[in-house]
Each structure stands twice: as structure tokens, then as C-alpha cells.
Design a protein around this ligand. Structure first.
Ligand code: BTN
Length: 247
């Protein structure tokens, strides 16, 4: 994939902007990067706090040619790319289902993929936010969020992270599109996630919370959770949180 980068000093949301470009026919690899977002969006309707130069805020337009049931795996491929990137600079990341990248259980990266049917075919906008510094975290984020420079205890430049991440996104997204690519991505994700099996979690579903032990992924990335009553539930969307074993 050839990346064409469009840069903004300040924008509402790089995902929103990339969706606009996709609706106007942008092809695969168009990438929106902003130094700051005023209305950064997260999963589950949350916002993504995006102060100036404190994180990498990036959205790539994709035009995937894979089975619809495998589209959720795009974010898994991206999480693998981010994991590999952070491991490459000396961190010890983990992936929490479905695609939060954590350092010591604190979130360092969030991924939001959004789909749009356009006059030019299906587009997926893959949005990635990586915390680079912790200095402008609001107080409520201090205990739950990590940043690269705080972890490495040295200043880190946002553009360096961007440059090293994009080839990894290309590589793992290409892998997903190969024959049997979906199982390569599930394997790559499970190799990098302690949440994949044997973790006691609570998942928040529409019908209320359920607790159980994680028991691997379905081929489309759904998380299997084995409940105390022996029933296994597959979670397609939502959030999970780790529980202490005594909970
Ligand atoms: C999450 O809730 O974990 C997903 C967060 C995704 C944030 C990124 S920052 C770049 C892109 N633009 C957005 O508005 N959101 C994504």
C-alpha cells in the first residue's frame, strides 16, 4: 500500500475527516494525521482526549477485499502492528480484547475502525491513537493510561512513531488479505495477548455484565468466555475488564 499523508495542525477527528475523503473517492492508503483533535472519538461512543503533540492521531482509508465476516479482524491486525512497534522500541505491550494495547494494564493505544458504503465501494477507516506523552492527561486518566515517553523515560517525537508504525500496518493488513490470512491474524493476535485464554474477566453486554474465563477466539475475532455454569458465550463487541481471581 502506498500511503499519502494529509496533515492537520488541528481537526475535529482524523476518522471523521478520513471518512469524508473516503466518501469522495479516496483510495486505499490515504492517511489523515493531526497534531491535535478537538472531537477525537473512541469505541462505544466514548471520546479520545487528544491534546496538541501529546499523541499520534492517525486514520487510514482502506478498501478491503475480504469476506464481510472477517472485517472485524482489521482492528486485530492493527493491534498486532502496534504491539510489534512498541515491542520494537523496548516496551512490553499486551493486547486486551478486542484491540486495546496496554503497558502494565494501562492503555497506551486505542483503535477505532469505522465502515462506510461509498459510491466507490466499501471503505473502512482505521483510526489509531497512541499516547506519546502523559503530561497533558486529565486527572481521571492518570491511573489508567500509559504513554511511550513516560514508559521509556525519555522524550519521544510523534513523527518517529508514525514512520515506524505505517509499514507494520501495511504488512499486517496485507497478511489479512492473503488466503487464510484471517487465521494468521488470529494467531498473531493470540500470541501477543494475555487476554486470549485463562483470564478472569467481566464483559459488559446489552443484557448486563457477565463474568467468566476467556477461552480463545472465534475465527472472526469474537472472544469466547466460559461462565461458571459451564456455558460459553461469544462476545462480538463491547469491552472486557480483568477481574482479580478472588472476585
Ligand atoms: C478506543 O476507544 O480505544 C479507540 C480510540 C481511537 C482513537 C483514534 S485517534 C485517531 C482516530 N481519530 C479518532 O477520532 N479516533 C481515532
Amino acid at each position: 500500500m502506498n500511503f499519502t499523508i494529509v496533515r492537520f495542525d488541528s481537526i475535529d477527528s482524523t476518522n471523521t475527516q478520513a471518512l469524508k475523503y473516503a466518501r469522495h473517492g479516496a483510495g486505499e492508503g490515504l492517511c489523515v494525521v493531526a497534531r491535535q483533535q478537538n472531537a477525537g472519538r473512541g469505541r462505544q461512543g466514548r471520546s479520545w482526549i487528544s491534546p496538541n503533540d501529546a499523541g499520534l492521531y492517525l486514520s487510514v482509508v482502506l478498501r478491503p477485499k475480504i469476506a464481510t465476516r472477517h472485517l472485524p479482524l482489521i482492528t486485530f491486525a492493527a493491534a498486532v502492528a502496534v504491539h510489534e512497534n512498541l515491542a520494537g522500541i523496548g516496551l512490553k505491550p499486551d493486547i486486551k480484547w478486542p484491540n486495546d494495547v496496554l503497558i502494565n494494564e494501562k492503555k497506551i493505544c486505542g483503535i477505532l475502525a469505522e465502515m462506510a458504503e461509498t459510491n466507490f465501494g466499501l471503505a473502512v477507516v482505521l483510526g489509531i491513537g497512541i499516547n506519546i506523552t502523559s503530561e497533558s492527561f486529565p486527572p481521571e486518566m492518570v491511573d489508567s493510561a500509559a504513554s511511550i515517553s513516560a514508559e521509556l523515560k525519555r522524550p519521544v517525537i510523534v513523527s518517529e512513531v508514525e514512520e515506524s508504525l505505517l509499514p507494520g500496518i501495511d504488512q499486517w493488513y496485507s497478511r489479512l488479505q492473503e488466503p487464510e490470512g484471517h487465521s494468521s491474524i488470529v494467531d498473531a493476535w493470540t500470541a501477543r495477548s494475555t487476554y486470549f485464554r485463562g483470564k478472569k474477566v467481566r464483559a459488559t453486554l446489552n443484557g448486563g455484565p457477565i463474568t467468566g474465563i476467556t477461552d480463545g477466539l472465534e475465527p472472526n475475532g469474537a472472544l469466547r468466555i466460559k461462565q461458571a455454569n459451564g456455558r460459553t458465550i461469544n462476545i462480538q463487541a463491547g469491552d472486557v475488564e480483568q477481574l482479580r481471581t478472588e472476585d
